[in-house]
Design a protein around this ligand. Sequence first.
Ligand code: GLN
Length: 220
Amino acid sequence: MGGSRRTAGRRAAATVGCGGGTGRGHRPLVGVLALQGAFAEHASALAAVGAEPVLVRTASGLDGVDAVVLPGGESTTMSKLLDTSGLREPLSRALGGGMPAFGTCAGLILLARSVADGRPDQRSFGVLDVAVLRNGYGRQRESFEAAVAIDAVGEAPFPGVFIRAPRITSVGEAVTVLASVDGDPVLVCQGPLLAAAFHPELAGDLRLHHLFVHRVLERV
Ligand code: GLN
């Protein structure tokens, strides 16, 4: 995307650094959607695992990014702000074109093919073949923590912070379930997309950001 010097330079670096797809020596530029929600925490986590985070609030903020993170927060508000900021179309195009993305909680809702119990005017990008139920863990379990077993990041359980989390109610064939809690998928991937019903950016555990950046490096 874009034709800035930074873009050109980064692409050149990627070509040199990614010989054989290892990506060694390349610091991917990861745009963090910063319209609302827990974007600052994602940016810190990304920097801590060796990526270069950039806060994205306008279409030009997407110039040169290798990947995007859609944070937790409030999907209805983010949906509105995607329209008023002019980010909806360029982000939709980037995601449709295969840009790697990591969506967490509200970010998962924004990626999902189908959203139940959303506001009538809220719209998602529809690139991740899952159906979600907003606030699907009900009142009693509105917010909770669960130890999430994720083989892809090692043996120690991941501290899953669920805050009015969406429940994934069905997944399409192209989706791989990486972790479940009480039988419900809570971490999934599909090609370049990774999505969690919980908030890894609030967990004080960098393993999922590490996994995401690793996946990005394999693709750039
Ligand atoms: N319930 C929120 C929504 O519908 C998501 C909650 C979160 O991101 N912590 O957007």
